[in-house]
Design a binder for this molecule. Structure first.
Ligand SMILES: *Cc1c(COP(=O)(O)O)cnc(C)c1O
Length: 395
C-alpha cells in the first residue's frame, strides 16, 4: 500500500506536532497537581489557566466561563442534564433537532423517558437547515432550553445560530449549541450569537482525544455534573487532565490563528472535489447545503451501491472515509441525518462522507476521485438494481 489519504477529519484529526510538543513537559517534568500549594504545582495551575484563556479568547468569552470536560459527549450530557435539573421548576420542555449528534439525541431520550422531560425534535429542510418559523412555533411557556448544533458532523450544514440565539433571548430561554464541528472551523462568538452554553472537543481540531470543554455563560444556573473535589469552580470535580488541557489550549490557539487561510484552501478543494464528483459520476447527489457548509465537508450519495462496500474498496487504495457517522458505522441502519433530509433508505445507504484537513492536497483529491469513479462503476456493474435500471432506460 502506498500513501494513506486520510479524509475522515470529522471523525477525528491528527494531533498537531506542536500540540504534542506543548503537552510533553506536563507528562514528564511538570507533573504537579494544580490543586497543591507548593510552587512546583503552581506551574501546572498556571498552564491550565493559560489554556483556559487561549480558549476563552477564541469564543469572546470570559476565562471563568470555560469548564474542562472529557470531551464533546460529556459536555453535551452536562449541558442538557444539568440545565434540565436546574430549570425544571420553570418548565420541562426542550427543543432540539432531528439531526443532532447521538450525544444530544440519546441524552434527550433519557431525559424524556426517565426524567419527565418533553422534547420537540425539529425537522430540517432538504439542505439540512432548520426553519426558524418551526422553532418559533415550537416554543411554549414550558420551554426551558433550546439545543441546536452549530454545524452538522455528517452533512456539514451550518445552522442560523445568530437568529436562533435571538429567538431564544427574546423568549428568555437558555440556548445551548453543540459546536464540536464548528469551533475553529467557522467564526464562533458567544455574545454575538447569544449562546448560553457551548460544547466543544479537542480531537476535532488537531488536539488530543479525551478533552473537551463546556462554555457556561456567567449567571446560568447549571448544576455540578461530576461531584467530588473543588476543581473547575466546584462544577466538574476530578484532578485536571493537565497535558490534555495544555494540548487543547495550544490546538485552539493554532487553529484559530490559521482559520482564515486554512479554511479558504479547504473550501476551494472541497468545491473542486464536489464539482468533479457530481460532473464525472452519474446518478449522484450532494447532501447538505452547498454554501452554508463546513469548509472541509463533502457528503454525496451514489445510487445503486452500498456505502459500506465503497468504503472497503477505497480502503484498498489507502483512502479513509466514512459512510455515516463513525458511531453508527457497524450498524446497518442508514444515518438518521440523511433520512431526516428526506433521502429514501436505498439512496441513504449509498452515501459517502469525505472530510478534508489542512494537509489535503489537490493530488489527493484527484487520486480519490479517479478511484471513486472506477469503484462506483465496478460496484454498479455488479448491482442487479443498476442492471434493471439500465434495461428500463433502453426501452
Ligand atoms: C465528535 C462529536 C461529538 C462527540 O465528541 P467526543 O469528544 O468524541 O465525545 C459530539 N458532537 C459532534 C457534532 C461531534 O462531531
Amino acid at each position: 500500500m502506498g500513501k494513506m489519504i486520510y479524509l475522515d477529519n470529522a471523525a477525528t484529526t491528527k494531533t498537531a506536532p506542536e500540540v504534542v510538543e506543548a503537552m510533553l513537559p506536563y507528562f514528564s517534568e511538570l507533573y504537579g497537581n494544580p490543586s497543591s500549594v507548593y510552587d512546583f504545582a503552581g506551574k501546572s495551575k498556571e498552564a491550565v489557566t493559560n489554556a483556559r484563556e487561549q480558549i476563552a479568547e477564541v469564543l469572546g468569552a470570559g476565562r471563568d466561563e470555560i469548564y474542562f470536560t472529557a470531551g464533546g459527549t460529556e459536555s453535551d450530557n452536562w449541558a442538557l442534564k444539568a440545565a434540565f435539573e436546574a430549570y425544571k421548576s420553570k418548565g420541562n420542555h426542550i427543543i432540539t433537532t432531528k439531526i443532532e449528534h447521538h450525544a444530544i439525541l440519546h441524552t434527550c431520550d433519557y431525559l424524556e423517558k426517565q426524567r419527565g422531560a418533553k422534547i420537540t425534535y425539529l425537522d430540517v429542510d432538504e439542505n439540512g437547515i432548520i426553519r426558524l418559523e418551526d422553532l418559533e412555533k415550537a416554543i411554549t411557556p414550558e420551554t426551558i432550553l433550546i439545543s441546536i448544533m452549530f454545524a452538522n458532523n455528517e452533512i456539514g450544514s451550518i445552522q442560523p445560530i445568530k437568529e436562533i440565539g435571538m429567538i431564544a433571548r427574546e423568549h428568555g430561554i437558555l440556548f445551548h449549541t453543540d459546536a464540536v464541528q464548528a469551533f475553529c472551523q467557522v467564526p464562533v462568538n458567544v455574545d454575538e450569537c447569544n449562546i448560553d452554553m457551548l460544547s466543544s472537543s479537542a480531537h476535532k481540531i488537531n488536539g488530543p482525544k479525551g478533552i473537551g470543554f463546556l462554555y457556561i455563560r456567567k449567571g446560568v444556573k447549571n448544576r455540578s455534573f461530576i461531584h467530588g473535589g473543588a476543581q473547575e469552580r466546584k462544577r466538574r470535580a476530578g484532578t485536571e487532565n493537565v497535558p490534555g488541557i495544555v494540548g487543547y489550549g495550544a490546538a485552539a490557539k493554532r487553529a484559530h490563528e490559521t482559520m482564515e487561510e486554512r479554511t479558504k484552501k479547504e473550501k476551494e478543494l472541497r468545491d473542486y472535489m464536489i464539482s468533479r464528483i457530481t460532473t464525472e459520476i452519474p446518478y449522484v447527489r450532494l447532501n447538505g447545503d452547498p454554501v452554508k457548509r463546513l469548509p472541509n465537508n463533502v457528503n454525496v450519495s451514489f445510487q445503486f451501491i452500498e456505502g459500506e462496500s465503497l468504503l472497503l474498496m477505497l480502503d484498498n487504495y489507502g483512502i479513509c472515509g466514512s459512510s455515516g457517522s463513525a458511531c453508527t458505522s457497524g450498524s446497518l441502519d442508514p444515518s438518521h441525518v440523511l433520512l431526516t433530509i428526506g433521502l429514501p433508505h436505498e439512496i441513504a445507504h449509498g452515501s459517502l462522507r469525505l472530510t478534508l484537513s489542512e494537509e489535503t492536497t489537490k493530488e489527493d483529491i484527484d487520486f480519490t476521485v479517479d478511484k471513486l469513479k472506477e469503484i462506483v462503476q465496478n460496484l454498479r456493474n455488479m448491482s442487479p438494481l443498476y442492471e434493471d435500471f439500465i434495461k428500463k432506460m433502453k426501452k
